[in-house]
Design a protein around this ligand. Sequence first.
Ligand SMILES: [Zn+2]
Length: 126
Amino acid sequence: MLFRTVCCLLSVSLFVATGCADNAGTAAKPPATPTSGTVAKETSGEDSKIEAAINELSEEDRELAKAQKFCAVAATGRLGSMGKPYKVMVEGKPVFLCCEGCESEALKNPEETLAKVEQLKAASAK
Ligand SMILES: [Zn+2]
């Protein structure tokens, strides 16, 4: 009886393991909508994802994105959390956004956007 149970567990875990490998694309996806309030807390998995996305940038851009750390429009949007940070030039200055969707907002108020970037850089330099 006991042996049978163990056997069952083994085959189940084997099945799960193969199932995971087969569906790696879908199974690895984190929940699409993070609940508000948990955004500030990143797991190490989130960090490595962000790191990888930022590493897609050129070396120069990478340093800027790391210094800015957060989207200049969506303050809670960690650069890299939505893939490669989106770079836009605002009055000749490079500004990083979490996604392309923030571009129009960033260009609408260039002064505000640049001020926000300075704020973000100052905050992350601490
Ligand atoms: Zn965005």
